[in-house]
Design a protein around this ligand. Structure first.
Ligand SMILES: [Zn+2]
Ligand SMILES: [Zn+2]
Ligand SMILES: [Zn+2]
Length: 138
């Protein structure tokens, strides 16, 4: 059987049909998607990188606005800091941290209920309102 070639609409290369994902469309039955698997993967990685970068930038910006250090122990590295709801919130009422971050960036009033804490202090706080670490231990 002869190989079937399809042109990818992204890299414009003609590739054998095996390099395309085949989907079952309602009207035309089985069809190769217009972009080759390689291009599909590339745009997905780019999107993920972009997404990660945007999230980090938003987090750094928000942390700066909110004091930039753990209110308890004073650590300042952004990657170990988290936005802590001062009064503990039930798990089912929590929204995901990314959407929370963007809401807080836009809403100064809302920020009053939150503080910056490092993951360590935040974890030790657990369901209480204060960090339970003895920071003077050593
Ligand atoms: Zn391609
Ligand atoms: Zn801390
Ligand atoms: Zn602490």
């Amino acid at each position: 059987m002869e190989q079937q070639y399809v042109q990818c609409n992204k890299c414009k290369e003609s590739k054998i049909i095996d390099e395309f994902r085949i989907i079952n469309t309602k009207f035309a039955g089985f069809m190769p998607v217009p972009t080759c698997i390689k291009c599909e993967n590339e745009s997905e990685t780019k999107y993920k990188e972009r997404y990660r970068l945007d999230t980090c930038k938003a987090k750094i910006k928000l942390l700066k606005i909110m004091g930039g250090k753990c209110v308890c122990c004073g650590l300042t590295q952004w990657w170990i800091l988290t936005i802590d709801h001062i009064k503990p919130v039930k798990k089912d009422k929590r929204i995901d941290s990314r959407s929370l971050m963007f809401k807080l960036l836009k809403n100064p009033e809302m920020r009053k209920d939150f503080q910056v804490m490092c993951y360590g202090c935040n974890n030790s706080k657990n369901t209480g309102e204060k960090c339970n670490f003895d920071h003077n231990l050593c």
